[in-house]
Design a protein. Structure first.
Ligand code: SF4
Length: 333
């Protein structure tokens, strides 16, 4: 589908303008604060901010992987910012948030993949805002269970990790990831902390077939994943893979039914504009975690992925290798 192909009506949203949204937007400007919501031009910003939910990206804005649907820059990241958890917690407190989503780029060059910064961020937000639920949307840490345990020890309300696409498309569109590694990583979370909700997301419209979506649902339930989000792929730039098709709202509704009734997800959030954190506050409060499933050990851990093998990522580089810039609707989707 051409980049400038006219988007269907259901992907158009009204400009945000509620009182809480306006208050937060003014504060973000005056204090130079940043969220993924604004930087990714997320279409849900009015609704999310109005309800006290926002998403922050930590660990920098340069990713060591190069997924073909994602608008985040990839290359060699900058130094680790150890003060970042405090600043994020301060911002959450200033925004008086009720639900926070913390996500990040992949930092495969770090020994723990950034797990300790996630844990510190969760703890600092909790210390500032005890009533605020904290959800993390983490990378796969190359399948390292110990790093996963570091994050879970900080007790997030929801442990999220996105599968992003079906098995067949993985090697092409998500070369740094592994289908079974991602699924089993979520399964391992249930072994380490069965009472913490697990959540994943799949982007539709990248060429997947219906039977492959069903297979992914079935595989995710083997790992006892509680919550699934399904949203439409939007192409960030001509350098990214094209949109294969627009999935209709009726089809999204049917996938919600299939996921909940046929495969037993405790909640499926499914719609053209759904992103990982959409309606996440309600999920954190209303969905109850199920116990471990059949898959509880990480599979395909430590298998180097192509992006991890790029020699420049194994050395300290004097400057960034920035191949793509800017973010778009695919960020943290
Ligand atoms: S869906 Fe996520 S990125 Fe978009 S506005 Fe809501 S919290 Fe922010």
């Amino acid at each position: 589908m051409p980049l400038r192909a006219r988007k269907p009506e259901w992907l158009k949203v009204r400009s945000p303008g509620g009182a809480n949204y306006m208050r937060l937007q003014k504060m973000m400007r005056s204090e130079s604060l940043h969220t993924v919501c604004e930087e990714a031009s997320c279409p849900n910003i009015g609704e999310c901010w109005e309800s006290g939910t926002a998403t922050f990206m930590i660990l920098g804005d340069v990713c060591t992987r190069a997924c073909k649907y994602c608008g985040v820059a990839h290359g060699m990241p900058t130094e680790l910012d150890l003060d970042e958890p405090r600043r994020v917690a301060d911002t959450c407190a200033a925004m008086e948030l009720e639900h926070v989503v913390i996500t990040s780029v992949n930092r495969d060059e770090l020994a723990d993949g950034g797990a300790s910064i996630y844990a510190d961020t969760i703890r600092q937000i909790r210390a500032r805002l005890p009533e605020c639920s904290v959800e993390v949307l983490i990378p796969d840490f190359k399948g390292d269970e110990e790093s996963l345990g570091v994050v879970l020890d900080a007790r997030p309300s929801i442990l999220g990790h996105n599968l992003e696409t079906v098995d067949r498309l993985h090697p092409d569109v998500r070369p740094g990831g592994r289908y079974w590694r991602s699924i089993s990583f979520l399964g391992a979370s249930k072994k380490l902390a069965p009472d913490i909700l697990t959540k994943t997301g799949i982007i539709l419209g990248m060429g997947e077939e219906p039977h492959e979506i069903r297979q992914a649902m079935s595989d995710l339930r083997e790992a006892a994943v509680d919550i699934l989000t399904l949203g439409q792929y939007l192409r960030p730039s001509p350098q990214h893979i094209p949109v294969a098709r627009w999935v209709t709202p009726a089809e999204f509704a049917e996938w919600k039914r299939v996921g909940e009734e046929e495969y037993g997800f405790r909640h499926v959030e499914s719609g053209p504009l759904v992103r990982s954190s959409y309606h996440a506050k309600e999920q954190a409060r209303e969905v109850e975690a199920g116990g471990p499933g059949a898959i509880t050990d990480v599979l395909e851990a430590d298998i180097p992925a192509p992006a991890e093998l790029r020699p420049e990522l194994n050395q300290r580089m004097p400057s960034l290798v920035q191949i793509e810039v800017g973010r778009s609707g695919a960020a943290h989707s």
